[in-house]
Design a binder for this molecule. Structure first.
Ligand code: NDP
Length: 451
């Protein structure tokens, strides 16, 4: 049977690779899901007959467009825009927009594919999508970012809507960018609707949406730790990234009693042996979100900390690793360092931050390990709550949203335990998350006929 399943997986992946040449991130994301769900599917021949998996790996629609804009010197710039609408099986397409020079079709497709399963796990009715551009907001003026966002939305607006596709933020797209995108959408459509999430509180945003991914990550990790009678209390935590997810993961981990030792950006990382506190966090919020500075400036303000240019934080020993920057940022050598440093848990805040080979090392050493599609789902879940509040024309208190968020993260954890518990009682969160997400999407597809 194992041989049969392996042949099926390799045959399936062969066809995915040849139909989508060169898209290595997409292949990586598909393989992870197929390896989890193929053994499960063998018991459901109707899913095989209906070619559910073959359909899920083919996005429902991909839009690629030109984004021309003018910089502050009056020079014309051209970027490329994307929206990958992967699946509308269980609700309107939903997923973030990323502005980063590395954005390409493979990265958009992997993110949209992952989003489909993640959104299914949240228990909310949301399909999967992702979008973005190779535009680099770093070093751009507010006026340049606004002109770019307006040009991007001038094409995107015709493909999205509150019941069609509801984008949100991601790398390089925060409150400022969502504001510019929303303003242009409203102007073109002549409609004030909940088409984007991550909006400002005064104009339809949800309390706790900025915090949700980082907080949700810590709530999920808390549940993982509890399966071994552990908690954040007194633990050393290493975090990568210094953006939205990293900042609020750091704040929550700290408030749960952990010592947060590191933050990073693409230039290097800072190590503060005394750990972050509320005052230091306030400095980081100001530095990153208002001044848009670099993380190395932390050591000018707090000289007991050290800055390591060109490095990632994983060689500093820790108990809990929370990668919150980008895909494939934990490679084999990093995973070996994390294990050697005595860690007990790695929970992903970013999407697919750990390479497949590194995951094997982490799992092989017996660490608790969760994939981003489970542990970072708090962000999109709270976007779903923002959509509900917009539809009801109401707004909930931070406590109400936090309660929903905690419950959703707990439900996702329970789903992972249900489908991922191994014979020895430990949990394979990758398998659990993939099967739980797949069951929901596959069931909806089977019900809706050949579409
Ligand atoms: P931000 O843009 O706010 O922050 C990203 C951080 O990661 C920055 O510190 C950035 O550094 C760093 N980074 C980006 N690319 C690289 C790279 N190639 N190498 C090293 N560091 C890098 O993004 P978010 O915090 O929103 O997103 C972080 C991750 O979390 C992404 O994987 C995203 O898909 C995922 N995610 C985000 C959600 C959200 O709600 N925002 C929800 C679920 C997942 P620099 O400034 O140098 O670029």
């Amino acid at each position: 049977m194992d041989k049969f399943i392996n042949n099926y997986i390799e045959g399936f992946m062969g066809s995915v690779v040849s139909r989508n040449p060169g898209e290595k991130e997409f292949h990586q994301a598909v393989r992870e899901v197929v390896e989890s769900v193929a053994p499960f599917m063998m018991d459901y021949p109707n899913l095989m007959d209906q070619k559910i998996l073959e359909r899920i790996v083919e996005p429902e629609r991909i839009i690629i467009f030109r984004v021309p804009w003018m910089d502050d010197r009056g020079e014309i710039q051209i970027n490329r825009g994307f929206r990958v609408q992967a699946s509308s099986a269980i609700g309107p397409y939903k997923g973030g927009i990323r502005f980063h020079p590395s954005v390409n079709l493979s990265i958009m497709k992997f993110l949209a594919f992952e989003q489909t399963f993640k959104n299914a796990l949240t228990t909310l009715p949301m399909g999967g999508a992702k979008g973005g551009s190779d535009f680099n907001p770093r070093g751009k003026s507010d006026a340049e970012v606004m002109r770019f966002c307006q040009s991007f939305m001038t094409e995107l607006f015709r493909h999205i809507g509150p019941n069609t596709d509801v984008p949100a933020g991601d790398i390089g797209v925060g409150g400022r960018e969502i504001g510019f995108l929303f303003g242009q959408y409203k102007r073109l459509r002549d409609e004030f609707s909940g088409t984007l999430t991550g909006k400002g509180i005064a104009w339809g945003g949800s309390l706790l949406r900025p915090e949700a991914t980082g907080y949700g990550l810590c709530y999920f990790a808390e549940q993982m730790l509890a399966t071994r009678g552990e908690s954040f209390e007194g633990k050393k935590v290493n975090i990568s990234g210094a953006g939205n997810v990293a900042q609020y993961a750091a704040q929550k981990a700290m408030r749960l009693g952990a010592k947060v030792q590191t933050l990073s950006d693409s230039d290097g990382f800072i190590y503060d042996p005394e750990g972050l506190n509320e005052e230091k966090m306030a400095f980081v919020f100001q530095l990153k979100n208002i001044r848009r500075g670099r993380i190395k400036e932390y050591v000018q303000k707090y000289p007991q900390a050290q800055y390591f240019p060109g490095e990632r934080p994983w060689r500093i020993p820790c108990d809990i690793a929370l990668p919150c920057a980008t895909q494939n940022e934990v490679e084999v050598a990093d995973a070996e360092n994390i294990v050697k440093g005595g860690a007990i848990c790695l929970a992903e805040g970013a999407n697919m931050p750990t390479t497949p080979e590194a995951i094997k090392i982490i799992q092989g050493a017996g660490l608790l390990y969760s994939p981003g599609k489970a542990s970072n789902a708090g962000g999109v879940a709270t976007s779903g709550l923002e959509m509900s509040q917009n539809s009801m024309r109401t707004s909930w208190t931070a406590e109400e949203v936090d309660q929903y968020l905690r419950r959703i993260m707990s439900d996702i954890h329970a789903a992972c335990v249900k489908y991922g518990t191994r014979e020895d009682g430990t949990v394979n969160y990758v398998k659990g998350a993939n099967i739980a997400g797949f069951i929901k999407v596959a069931g909806a597809m089977a019900d809706q006929g050949l579409v």
